[in-house]
Design a protein around this ligand. Structure first.
Ligand SMILES: [Fe+2]
Ligand SMILES: [Fe+2]
Length: 262
């Protein structure tokens, strides 16, 4: 199975810019996904798909995604709106819960989309409802599991991004530790730059952003900074319980060529 992931596209109003043309970046991502020589089976969109969740931004999000020829599973981020996201994808396998989470199975792999958002904050929230729901999904999964969520369940070392916090992180990590033998990967967004770590022994990664990136400043209390690093998406190639991840950039203008080596 080949699973694509893009994240944090922050779709803007028409003709609006936020450091760069986010909507054009998403259009490039869609075009590139459709052109992959091995077609992904599924696309995970790990949240902050719109910039502020306005109806006009959702309208443009739908328009920009309409050429995508691959089934898409959406997660919401702290910039999105639960009900509007559910309405835009009425056929997604939404759980019957207040939080906009879902679970599905493809090729014997259980894929869980956990809504880590709270309408009142930019940080992550893992409350009792979500703990019970995720615990039940993990316990009943018959085989390997991929968990997708917007907020990374770890600190990154970029203090101003980490400051939004993760309420319920101890409980979340307890569940991950309990089911770490089943979990292949935790796939996240929100951080706006690629990063990889382990959470209770499970590899956890953040996909490069679909719009601007966070400046890489690891000294304590660094000022907020962003950077127009190349936008892209990731391709997670699954073979049994092995999973290897590649990054595709969409706006460098480069096309692969024969180097002429013999
Ligand atoms: Fe974001
Ligand atoms: Fe976010």
């Amino acid at each position: 199975m080949l699973l694509a992931q893009f994240t944090d596209t922050h779709v803007l109003e028409r003709d609006e810019l936020q450091f760069l043309d986010n909507n054009a970046s998403l259009a490039s991502i869609v075009e590139s996904l459709n052109a992959e020589t091995r077609r992904p089976d599924l696309v995970l969109a790990t949240g902050d798909l719109t910039n502020w969740g306005s109806p006009a931004q959702y309208e443009l999000l739908a328009e920009l995604l309409s050429p995508l020829e691959i089934p898409l599973l959406p997660l919401i981020g702290n910039h999105d709106v639960r009900e509007t996201t559910r309405k835009l994808w009425p056929d997604a396998p939404w759980a019957d819960t207040e939080h906009a989470s879902w679970v599905t199975t493809r090729d014997e792999v259980t894929i869980i989309g956990l809504d880590s958002t709270d309408p009142d904050t930019h940080g992550a929230v893992f409350d009792d409802d979500r703990c019970a729901w995720l615990g039940s999904c993990l316990s009943s999964a018959p085989g390997p599991v991929i968990l997708a969520m917007h907020h990374p369940p770890f600190t990154t070392g970029v203090d101003w991004m980490d400051a939004s916090g993760f309420v319920g992180l101890t409980e979340f990590r307890r569940l991950i530790a309990e089911h770490s033998d089943k979990l292949l990967r935790i796939l996240c967004g929100h951080f706006h730059r690629p990063v990889t770590t382990t959470v209770e022994g499970v590899t956890a990664s953040v996909c490069p952003g679909g719009a601007y990136h966070v400046g890489l400043e690891l000294h304590p209390n660094a000022e907020r900074s962003v950077i127009r690093d190349p936008r892209g998406y990731q391709l997670h190639l699954l073979d049994g319980t092995d999973i290897v991840t590649h990054t595709r950039y969409v706006d460098t203008g480069e096309v692969a060529f024969d180097p002429g080596w013999t």
